[in-house]
Structure formats: C-alpha cells, structure tokens
Design a protein around this ligand. Structure first.
Ligand code: MG
Length: 207
C-alpha cells in the first residue's frame, strides 16, 4: 500500500478521479502478474499517473502516460470541466503538461513515469510493445473512445488488466462512449472478465 506521504502527494494533484476509485485502480495495478509495462491513455494533470506510478515503482515496472495535454472536449472553455488555470497564457490554448510534470517530479516518479505527448491514435499505430496493464481515461467522445479501444485494448497481454474510467451504463450518470465503445465491446469479445467495479471504474482481466 502507499505510505501516507505518497497518499498526500497523490491527493493534492488536480483531477477527476475520486479517492475510492484511485485506490481500486492502484490495487488492480499491483495485482498484475504478467510481465510488461503499464500504459494510461489520458493523463491530464497526472493524478492517476501518480497512483499508477507508485504501483509500478513498487515492483519495478514502468508507466507510459499518454496525453496530448490540450484537454478533452469537456475541459475546454465553456464546458463543465474547464479550469482556466490550465490555459497557457502565451498560446491561449490548454496545456496540462507543466502540471503533469510538476506532479511526477513532486512524487519522485521521474524514473518510473514516462510521458508520451501526442494523440493516442497516432502513438497506438506505431506501438508494438505488449502491455501488462492499460488504463483508458482518454477522450470521451464516440470517435476517440472507439479509437482507444481499437488501438490499445488488443495490446494487453493474456492475464493483463484493462481499467476503464467513466463507464456509465445509465445515461443519466454521464456520457456513454466509454461504456458503449470500450466496455461493452470488451465484454462482448469474450476476451475479458470483469473483476471489479468501483464508481465509474471497471477492472477487467484478459482471459
Ligand atoms: Mg475520467
């Protein structure tokens, strides 16, 4: 388990991952029993990367943390999840990378967490390393969710873990694409068993 200092650092990072879900995510990551790196899609300011980074560090793994750092649709000005502090004053566009770097530095995880700065689909196209653990918390629109499913889910090894955030079976609770384009196709493929549910987080294991 994380120590109290690590918990304090993780909880101080900006983000939308509730504490209970973060702890389940961490526990899923330390339960991994196949070789290979971890990868997350959608790092934002680094909150989940700090939890997953501490998990990876505890048994000698690496976490690749992928994000274009320009914010998802729902983070842009005028949307619910906008934070004006994340606008780069020089360019006028969102830039979460400085916040991410600060979080990883503060957490002492620069040797463990490797930032991949770019579009998920572009990176997935040329990515050939099999993954032990994949966390998808990327773009929540239909097209980005579908692309994350097609681009990343097949790269998880047998016995590896897939964690999906913002899965809302009931549309009153939130947007549907992570449920319809990632969670359901994974379950329907027969390649995945659901092993845990916490809030909108789903933990699946590849059979
Ligand atoms: Mg999320």
């Amino acid at each position: 388990m994380m120590n109290s200092n690590q918990l304090k650092i993780a909880e101080a990072v900006k983000g939308f991952l509730p504490r209970n879900e973060a702890h389940v995510l961490y526990d899923a990551a330390i339960s991994v029993d196949v070789d290979g790196p971890f990868l997350e899609v959608g790092s934002y300011c680094g909150k989940s990367a700090v939890y997953l980074g501490y998990a990876a560090q505890s048994f000698g793994r690496i976490l690749y943390a992928l994000d274009h750092h320009r914010g998802s649709e729902e983070n842009q000005a005028g949307w619910d999840h906008h934070d004006s502090q994340l606008i780069d004053q020089r360019t006028g566009v969102m830039d979460t990378l400085p916040f991410f770097r600060d979080a990883i530095f503060t957490a002492g995880l620069e040797d463990v967490v490797v930032a991949l700065v770019g579009h998920s689909e572009v990176i997935a196209r040329n990515w050939t390393t099999s993954l032990a653990f994949l966390f998808i918390d990327g773009g929540h629109g239909e097209e980005p969710a579908k692309a994350d499913f097609n681009g990343w889910v097949p790269k998880v090894k047998k016995g590896g873990i897939l964690a999906i955030h913002d899965v809302f079976p009931n549309e009153k609770d939130g947007g549907r694409p992570p449920y319809e384009q990632i969670y359901l196709p994974a379950i329907e493929s027969g390649n995945w068993n659901e092993i845990e549910v916490e809030g909108s987080l789903r933990i699946l294991k590849r059979v």
